[in-house]
Structures are given as C-alpha cells and as structure tokens.
Design a protein around this ligand. Structure first.
Ligand code: AMP
Length: 218
C-alpha cells in the first residue's frame, strides 16, 4: 500500500537531509512545509506578511493556513504513490487532519523519529548552510563544504544560512518543538506507527535504517 512517511525530530535533527535521501532513492516527493513557507515568504505576497511574524519568532504558522497549504500540495498528481512529509504535522490538530487526508487518499502513515540529544541540536542548526541552487545541506562544524561558504557542486554560489537559524530563534524553536510537537511522538507510538532511529550517526547509516523501516512497514 502507498505510504505517507512522516519525518519527525527537533530542529536540526537531520530530518530534512533524510527526507531528501528518501526522495532521491525511493522516488517519492518530499513535501516540506518549512520550505514551502520560506518560498511563500520570498514571494512577498500578502500571505508572506501573514506568516512572517510566526516564523521569525520561532513559533508555528497557524494550523488553518498550514493545513490549507498541505492539502493543496498533496493533491498534486505526484503524490498518488505516496509522499514524504518533512515538518508536518507539528500539532495535534495537524495530526488529526493528516489521518483524514491519508484515509481519503488511500495511504497508510509511518512516522520516523530522527532522535538527536538536545546539546547537539544547537550546533546542527546554527552551523547549518544550504545551497540556493541544489538545496544540498552542509554544516560548518560537522559537514563543511570543500571551500568555506561555497557549494561543492556549484562553486559560483555562496551558501545560505536560514534567517531562523540564529541562536535566539533556535532556542524558541526548540521550546515550540517540546511543547507542541513532542506529544505527537506518543500519539504515533501508541498506534504502533513510530520508528525510532538514532540520529547521531552518519547520514548513510541513519538512512539505511529508515529505508528498512519504510520498506518493511505495511
Ligand atoms: P522547518 O524548516 O521545518 O524548521 O520550518 C521552519 C518554520 O516554518 C517553523 O519554525 C515554523 O514557523 C514554520 N512551519 C513549518 N512547518 C510548520 C507546521 N507544520 N506548522 C506550523 N508552522 C510550520
């Protein structure tokens, strides 16, 4: 049966990196609400003004708006065979909506927690950079590019740092995660759909475990 793979984890846990690998290797679309909101913000529409204060404060965009964006995106034909959700759901209301959506679309849900201790998350976020051309994710502490601040694959392009990856906003995003999103782990665990992976190992080792969990899940 087709699957919705829900990538869970605190900011900086590496769920985006894993979601990208899953997309490349399983051929399922990666749907990242954070990426979609950043694109909306860059487009400078009235919607951008609506979401900006929440994102800049390290809080959550309201459920109603988030749900609308996810409904529209997952209705695209590329999601017919399943898809990867990166950064959604983050609240109980969003998780309830996803159950209804999965039932209507005929998918089953599998949740993957990429688990990383709190003290590592700060360097994972504040050191994070990405390439504006290909989206490749680097980290100045753990996975530096060959040349400082430049993509290995696009040497003419300077890497970007996300506006919300500064220490103050990171602290608030971690609080938001603890309060709003962590309770969802129990929800998926109780229904037997949560797979827990140790996110402190290499991306390839983490990926191998996730792929096994995903392909063996019914
Ligand atoms: P991310 O790239 O997943 O860390 O998301 C960046 C920011 O986008 C978050 O800090 C939130 O402000 C917003 N955001 C992303 N996904 C959601 C969601 N599912 N619900 C509410 N806000 C979200």
């Amino acid at each position: 049966m087709s699957k919705i793979i829900v990538m869970m984890g605190a900011p900086g846990a590496g769920k985006g990196t894993q979601a990208r690998l899953l997309q490349e290797r399983l051929g399922l679309p990666q749907i990242s609400t954070g990426d979609m909101f950043r694109a909306i913000k860059r487009a400078q529409t009235p919607l951008a003004e609506e979401i900006r204060p929440f994102m800049e404060a390290g809080g959550l965009v309201p459920d109603e708006l988030t749900i609308r964006v996810v409904e529209e995106r997952t209705a695209q034909p590329d999601g017919k065979g399943g898809y990867i959700l990166d950064g959604f759901p983050r609240t109980t209301t969003q998780a309830e909506m996803l159950e209804r959506l999965a039932a209507a679309q005929g998918h089953t849900i599998i949740a993957i927690l990429v688990d990383v201790p709190f003290d590592i998350l700060e360097k994972r976020t504040t050191g994070r950079r990405d390439c504006p051309i290909c989206g490749e994710i680097y980290n100045i502490y753990f996975r530096p590019p060959k040349v400082d601040e430049v993509c290995d694959l696009h040497p003419e392009t300077r890497l970007r740092r996300r506006a919300d990856d500064n220490p103050e906003t990171v602290a608030r995003r971690l609080e938001t995660y603890e309060r709003e999103t962590k309770p969802l782990l129990d929800y998926y665990a109780h229904t037997g759909r949560l797979h827990h992976v140790d996110g402190t190992r290499t991306p390839e080792a983490i990926y191998a475990e996730i792929e096994k969990a995903v392909t063996s899940a019914k």
